[in-house]
Ligand binder design. Sequence first.
Ligand SMILES: O=C(O)COP(=O)(O)O
Ligand SMILES: [Mg+2]
Length: 230
Amino acid sequence: MADLPFDCVGFDLDGTLLDTHRDLGEAVNHALRSGGFEPVPVDSAADLIGGGAKVMLQRALDDQGGVPKDEFRPLYKTMLAYYGENCAVHTAPYPGAIEVLDELAERGVTLSVVTNKFEGFANDILGQIGLADRFACIIGGDSLGKDADGNYRAKPLADPLLMAREKSGGGSFAFIGDSSYDIGAARNAKVPVVAAAYGYCDRPAEELGADAVIASFGELIPALEAIART
Ligand SMILES: O=C(O)COP(=O)(O)O
Ligand SMILES: [Mg+2]
């Protein structure tokens, strides 16, 4: 097997490597119920994911008229506490993911995760499903701290992707993600990017502006090879 033309490959987590929507949806609903709001259908929780936990809950509450800032905080804490206890109940890798991670590793590629989830949750989930050891690093939405305005230095900024590349030993890097946060981060970092159309895309995958679009995990390696040829 030939070496892949990329030294390192980074993966988004929710909607790219793992189908997490059910556990995230249950956590949102737990918080919504605790505040007297209507739960969302768990399958539609996928539409809320991408910008991290806070954005997810904010979107769900905005759909029901929103809440003042002081009422948001306790709901957010309730959601995080619930998710911490129940983050890997239904969560699983997408079909074909393990085989592709195996093949990439066999072909000498260093793997990493760059998610807008908190790093602690990402570590916990990947540990519980037995995948954590495959990655040179797991960068979360909070891993790089906050900027001067108090916002986490997360995707779509380039910084977390550049950190993943550095922690992977440097060299050529490609990224896979399912949302505009991912494609934006890759564009900002000036690295090639593949869009996962099977994920929680906030726009049609073909319109995200990625270098390639895949409909299933099994299409990833041919897509990376095709990008490298262009
Ligand atoms: O939890 C989220 O909203 C985003 O997580 P992701 O960056 O792994 O897609
Ligand atoms: Mg995602």
